[in-house]
Design a protein. Structure first.
Lengths: 103, 167
């Protein structure tokens, strides 16, 4: 565990850069992490991020299929929003732990 | 160049040659997992593996209840081979397995193929096997890009960070 300054805030991150405490997250942190992976966040991105955060708070496991059935976007849309990392990048930007999911 | 320099995988080419439920799903899980990691992915279905992309068969794949020493009853005791040979047992067990996979959010085969192509993965059928089973492109799921030869397939496997996986 390390402490990193993201968007002016001190946050605890894992070795791979995932926030360890999702309560330390805010929209500016999301924007800065997104910038690191080359993504500019839109309202649609935030809808997905909020969905992921809600599911994580509820203790549910995350899969791209679940996001695809959320009504926010389909799986193709999810890949368009978060290219090359529909779950790992979205989770990182959403400030939640790296999903231990294979689907 | 340092010896410890990391060379992340850039492309996987996965071959599915067997048509049991677990063989096809092994291919689909590995392919989808690669796409989700941003790895370029080609999947080549051949021989009995074609069942996994044949419209009439893909949703009723079976797992073998005879000749499968890993088969267990719910609870973990070994599954008697004699029982596995009774009519309907294999279908019932396979249905139960599909149900268990659904609980883990593993989709049915057709939806799984759509997930793979949604992320840019490519699905191919083997020409020799398609000819052998007297199939045509129209018999195959819509997500199958094309019917190609093994030479074409190897042509897709270029690049020094590419791996071929035979499931």
């Amino acid at each position: 565990m390390a402490i990193k300054t993201i968007a002016g805030a001190q946050v605890n991150v894992s070795e791979e850069g995932y926030l360890e405490d999702m309560n330390q997250w805010n929209q500016n942190i999301a924007k800065e992490i997104a910038g690191e992976v080359g993504i500019e966040l839109t309202d649609k991105h935030f809808e997905v991020l909020n969905f992921l955060r809600e599911k994580t708070e509820a203790g549910e496991s995350l899969t791209i299929r679940k996001v695809g059935k959320s009504g926010i976007t389909d799986i193709k849309g999810l890949y368009t929003l978060f290219p090359k990392g529909p779950l790992k990048f979205s989770a990182k930007i959403a400030g939640i732990p790296k999903p231990a999911s294979c689907v | 160049m340092s010896l410890t320099e990391k060379k992340p995988l850039e492309k996987v080419c996965i071959i599915c040659a067997k048509g049991s439920l677990e063989d096809v799903y092994a291919t689909l899980v590995m392919a989808n997992g690669a796409v989700m990691e941003g790895i370029e992915t080609n999947v080549f279905f051949t021989f009995f593996g074609l069942d996994g992309i044949t419209k009439d068969r893909m949703l009723s794949l079976h797992t073998a209840t005879t000749g499968n020493p890993a088969m267990r009853m719910p609870g973990g005791i070994p599954f008697p081979t004699m029982l596995g040979g009774l009519p309907g047992v294999e279908a019932g067990v396979s249905k139960m397995m599909r149900g268990q996979m659904e609980e883990l959010d593993m989709p049915p085969v057709d939806e799984f193929l759509e997930m793979i192509t949604a992320g840019g993965g490519m699905i191919y059928a083997c020409k020799l096997a398609v000819d052998m089973f007297k199939l045509e492109q129209k018999d195959l799921h819509d997500e199958v890009d094309s019917i190609i030869t093994i030479g074409d397939f190897y042509g897709l496997c270029d690049g020094d960070r590419t791996q071929i996986i035979f499931t």
